[in-house]
Design a binder for this molecule. Sequence first.
Ligand SMILES: C[C@](O)(CO)[C@H](O)COP(=O)(O)OP(=O)(O)OC[C@H]1O[C@@H](n2ccc(N)nc2=O)[C@H](O)[C@@H]1O
Ligand SMILES: Nc1ncnc2c1ncn2[C@@H]1O[C@H](COP(=O)(O)OP(=O)(O)OP(=O)(O)O)[C@@H](O)[C@H]1O
Length: 347
Amino acid sequence: MPTTVRSHAKINLGLGIGAPRADGFHALSTVYQTLEVHDRVRVTAERAEATKIQLSSNDRRVPTDHRNTAWKMAEFALESLRIHADVHIHIEKQLPVQGGLGAGSANAVAALVGLEAELGISPEAFPDWPAQRLHLAARVGSDVPLFLIGGAILGLDRGQSVFPLPDLPPIWTVIATPAVGVSTPQAFRDWDELCAQEGLTESASADKLNELSRAYAACFAGVEAPNEAGYEAQSGSSGVLAVGGDLAGPQVSALVRTGIANDFERVVFPQHPLLSEIKRTLAASGTPEAALYASLSGSGSALFGLYRGERDAEAARHRLRELGVESFVTRTLPRAPYWRSMILLQD
Ligand SMILES: C[C@](O)(CO)[C@H](O)COP(=O)(O)OP(=O)(O)OC[C@H]1O[C@@H](n2ccc(N)nc2=O)[C@H](O)[C@@H]1O
Ligand SMILES: Nc1ncnc2c1ncn2[C@@H]1O[C@H](COP(=O)(O)OP(=O)(O)OP(=O)(O)O)[C@@H](O)[C@H]1O
């Protein structure tokens, strides 16, 4: 009986990057935030004599072998649980590939959740599993563990060290998806060149990141997480927020006042000037429909704008259309509804 799982995107509400480390990674301090928009991952699995994994996708850019994050996650999980199974994973892509929205990383967690449902892996049956799966997720990729938490999350170390933050209320979000792919490893290499030019050392960047993490934590201190009833009331039965509802709360303004920024913009924007034009278009600074905040997500190429209400978000989409740039409207997704709606179908 296949299990279909929603595989949600993320954005980075601020991303501070350190100097290159000896292990080839970079220390980060970031606030991840999950979004309503998602791919769908269908998993079929049954215990077998030997493990066999098969993967398919509607999108030809998605690798269908051991290079796929979902494949790796399933393989690591089965090895770790000492279970042999016949597994089929189908990834129905809706999110951009190489967009900086963590779509591939989310697919890994969705495949894991599907596999657990199919094989009856529960914390009751496997008490060590919750800690183990976080560890395995970090092996698959730095952006994977965040999807085992959902909502607003502080990401430290190389991004795999994740801490749940009090949730923000749902915020209207526009994602611009320019037809540009940005390679994450290449963006980090470009960052290294900038660090070398500016003489940014590992110890100086550690100070910078610690200060940033403290500032992030301060913004979230005392935030009341929206409860499920509140989320339902805001969403209504249609799942659509009332027009003009200002739900962004003071937290986004507090984050903006800390000077949140995405360090990747410094290396990605000079190479792709269109992306900084899109950010200006999303921001619409000084107008009544101005974004609360606009930024590149991850290493790009997707950018996002956060808005006071649906009307301002639609106005941003209209401005982007005039610029010839595709976009869609979504909302930020707090932790409780992230988990409540994750399993879409078990048929
Ligand atoms: C840019 C972000 O999306 C921000 O959320 C993430 O940092 C990227 O996470 P990811 O795609 O899961 O990255 P991984 O698959 O772990 O690493 C891909 C490559 O990116 C570089 N990398 C990644 C994360 C990090 N903190 N430092 C790095 O230098 C390394 O060269 C690594 O070989
Ligand atoms: N399940 C997957 N879906 C899409 N791409 C995948 C997947 N597994 C591996 N890949 C490879 O990873 C590359 C990056 O894909 P992805 O869409 O996750 O990038 P991204 O959104 O920039 O991720 P991040 O924000 O984590 O850097 C793709 O070009 C593809 O070759």
